[in-house]
Design a protein around this ligand. Structure first.
Ligand code: ZN
Length: 318
């Protein structure tokens, strides 16, 4: 028969043992952009907590770390960032942090030979790799592998969750192919506030024209705006697009410039270029963000897209 003392000892030690064996603290992951955080959340499930530094409407090109960001990054078990010089102002801090905290640039997983380069962005690739789901899958795999490296015992769970997530990414990629394919050939021009849609354009067959270049850190010149206005008028472009993370001032200048030459061009909608929608909303997920962009672009440029997008989940309809 067990003594009272040994029963108490058993009660005291049992939960402790199970805590050690099965319920380690969730891995504390910090991600710079919402797109990366979404992948980490989906793959990590209950085994991770994920904080995104940049919320809706935040422009990553000029983003500087706040005090609370520094605390979060310093305390993280894993920091995930895009790299490819997207988070230009954070780069120095993150490089220093990498001596103490595991840091992975998921954009580095995109094969070098498919990266785009632009004349106005010397020696640096276009960092907007999430815009083509067919490319972004490499960053998702890198996110999975980074989580596995920190929690090898959960590798099977992370791999299974990643497979589900990758299937969703592939599905929205297929939806993007079929919806954009309906846009008539002369209308396959995407005019936006900055050059965030290069990979989208290459994947889905659109010519892209950004008012500002790859980064938003330089102002667009008047000459650039004049050239674009002339293009819009001569090619009878019917719609241009604003972006949730960039001021719409330049886009409005295009519309006014075209109007002065007697050509009416409308705003085709607001796109999520470098930041996703509100957390908790469909557009606040990677799949929802791409669904939104594709449905808005294809719909405004002449395709017959389903109301509410791929699954009828878009909040504003298209
Ligand atoms: Zn950008």
């Amino acid at each position: 028969m067990l003594s009272r003392r040994s029963i108490l000892a058993g009660l005291a030690t049992a939960p402790l043992m199970s805590t050690r064996a099965f319920a380690a603290e969730p891995l504390n992951v910090v991600a710079t952009t919402g797109m990366i955080a979404d992948a980490a959340r989906a793959i990590g499930g209950d085994l991770v907590t994920v904080q995104a530094l940049m919320g809706p409407g935040v422009d990553p090109h000029g983003y500087r770390q706040t005090r609370s960001d520094i605390v979060a990054m310093t305390r993280a078990d894993l920091l995930l960032w895009n790299g490819l010089y997207l988070e230009a102002q954070l780069e120095h801090f993150i490089e220093t942090l990498a001596k103490r905290v595991p840091v992975v640039a998921v954009g580095d997983a995109i094969p070098q030979d498919v990266l785009l380069h632009h004349a106005d962005y010397e020696n640096r690739p276009d960092p907007h790799v999430w815009m083509a789901p067919q490319l972004w899958k490499h960053a998702v795999v890198a996110t999975r592998d980074a989580l596995i490296a920190q929690r090898p015992e959960a590798a099977d769970t992370f791999a299974a969750n990643a497979d589900i997530y990758l299937a969703d990414v592939a599905r929205v990629g297929a939806y993007a192919e079929t919806s954009t394919a309906q846009v008539p050939e002369p209308s396959r021009v995407l005019v936006t506030a900055h050059d965030a849609f290069g990979y989208f354009g290459r994947q889905f067959g659109f010519e892209v024209m950004g008012i500002q270049g790859i980064s938003t850190d330089s102002e667009a010149g008047l000459q650039r705006i004049r050239t674009l206005v002339d293009d819009i008028v001569t090619r009878k472009i019917s719609a241009v697009f604003v972006e949730s993370s960039v001021s719409d001032r330049n886009i409005r200048a295009l519309i006014e410039g075209a109007a002065a030459q007697g050509h009416e061009v409308k705003i085709g909608g607001e796109l999520f270029s470098d930041a996703m929608g509100e957390p908790g909303s469909y557009e606040g997920t990677y799949v929802g963000m791409i669904d939104h962009n594709v449905s808005v672009i294809a719909g405004a440029l002449g395709a017959d897209v389903p109301p509410g997008g791929m699954d009828g989940k878009l909040s504003h309809g298209v």
